[in-house]
Design a protein around this ligand. Structure first.
Ligand code: CA
Length: 456
């Protein structure tokens, strides 16, 4: 993954395709074999061996007494990468002694590289994902935790993000701190960097992780996370920790692993920096008229009054608040024309800066609403059928063959595929909801197949 803007990089790891997010979460949830770790590093950053006063930050680093080969893992690709990375890390300001200590003897973790390349055979329908997020006692635990987390009112007040949103993020990221991942973040990032597919991103995170150790904020042994390097109760990457983590319990330390107040304050800071609008919702369920033009979904961003002209009203019949009236909102039908429809407020897109997935942001928002005492949706989720990777690829290839290409077929039904599907549906007089159902796959397959037959 390439370099991003500061904000986008806050959670670069969360920008995995939605399909991989399930793998990521599963990665956190699966019992990890503890990798062999060196002895815990001292809390203080390494100092030059001489008795001279410590150099200022601007002074050049003293030459090391010896240059140690970075690592000898026996894996040629990994060792070649490590040798090159060593120089880049020194340039980035990581002390040589610390690099020697953390990289020597390091080996790639095959569990990390295999997970990075794995794509599940079947996609998880959004209704199933949301049901999972609202199930397993998440609402009741959230209600209880709301009363237990120290300083939660002060955190909400300071950052302007509702506590229920923070509790919902906490639930999704680590099951309220219960599942934080037990992977050695240094080893995971080195493994991903050596593999090469996302080298720039992984090296950036590795350097950030080394900086955390150098700063004394956490030891190597404390730097535990998911296989993809997401750490602590709110699953921050090392770079997002450095840029965004804050102290929430007032002890002067940023402990996103052990302090729920620190973790939630850090999440609140990330969302506030991402542009959270205090006093405004994240989305509202709406209803639309029978003859609604579904091609408007995931389209224009307009105030609720504009949508009202199209017949779009709040599903619960309640009038829009003044704060909501001022927002530019986008229509979303995540399960197609047969499912619930939402007007998305700007805060929905702020949640997606945490994890750029429609399903994730919906699950967080809906769980937050329930923790806050809200009821179920007015329109229930329809029964959805999981699509196989082959079906998704077939649909993408068919769209391309019919002149509605959304780029290289990759089996990931993202905004590009949905837009192409909407265009095709509209051109064929179908409800243009951009929802890839098994029926749409069959229709696309039949039309593309007929086209091939004709051209032969
Ligand atoms: Ca703290």
């Amino acid at each position: 993954m390439a370099r991003f803007s500061t904000l986008a990089r806050l959670h670069a790891v969360k920008r995995l395709p939605p399909l991989l997010i399930a793998v990521l979460l599963a990665g956190c949830a699966s019992p990890a074999v503890k990798p062999a770790l060196p002895a815990p590093a001292p809390l203080t950053a390494p100092q030059p061996a001489s008795a001279a006063p410590a150099p200022s930050a601007a002074a050049p680093e003293p030459l090391p007494t010896q240059i140690t080969p970075p690592t000898v893992s026996g894996d040629m690709v990994f060792d070649a990468w490590a040798a090159e990375f060593y120089g880049r890390a020194v340039k980035a300001g990581i002390p040589r002694l610390l690099l020697d200590r953390e990289l020597n003897g390091l080996t790639p973790d095959p569990r990390v590289t295999s997970r990075d390349s794995r794509q599940p055979e079947f996609s998880q329908p959004i209704s199933v994902y949301v049901a999972g997020a609202l199930g397993q006692g998440a609402v009741a635990i959230g209600e209880r935790k709301r009363a237990e987390v120290p300083n939660i009112a002060a955190i909400e007040q300071k950052f302007g993000v509702p506590r229920e949103i923070l509790l919902a993020v906490w639930s999704r990221e680590s099951a309220f701190g219960a599942i934080q991942g037990d992977f050695d973040v240094i080893r995971s990032m080195a493994s991903l960097a050596a593999q090469g597919r996302r080298r720039d991103w992984a090296e950036g995170e590795l350097i950030s992780a080394l900086k955390i150790i150098a700063s004394g904020e956490a030891t190597r042994a404390q730097l535990k996370g998911s296989w993809a390097g997401a750490m602590g109760q709110t699953q921050f990457t090392p770079s997002s920790y450095l840029a965004t983590a804050v102290d929430g319990d007032g002890d002067g330390k940023r402990d996103i692993w052990g302090s729920s107040a620190d973790a939630l304050a850090s999440a609140a800071n990330l969302l506030a920096k991402g542009g959270w609008t205090a006093g405004q919702g994240w989305a509202r369920e709406v209803s639309v008229p029978a003859d609604f033009d579904w091609s408007l979904t995931e389209g224009p961003k307009q105030p609720p009054a504009w949508w009202a002209q199209m017949g779009v009203v709040r599903a619960d019949g309640v009038a829009w608040s003044d704060a909501d009236q001022a927002a530019l909102t986008q229509l979303l039908a995540p399960a197609g024309a047969n499912g619930p429809v939402f007007l998305l407020f700007p805060n929905h897109f702020v949640i997606r800066k945490y994890n750029n997935s429609v399903a994730y942001a919906l699950a967080v928002g809906l769980l937050a609403d329930r923790i806050a005492g809200g009821g179920p949706l007015v329109k229930p989720w329809p029964a959805e059928t999981p699509l196989s990777l082959a079906d998704r690829m077939t649909a993408q290839r068919a769209l391309a063959a019919l002149g509605f290409s959304a780029g290289t077929p990759d089996g990931v039904v993202g905004i590009g595929t949905r837009s192409a599907l909407r265009s095709w549906q509209k051109a064929r007089g179908l409800p243009a909801d951009g929802y890839l159902s098994p029926d749409m796959v069959q229709k696309l397959k039949a039309e593309a197949g007929a086209g091939r037959t004709r051209s032969c």
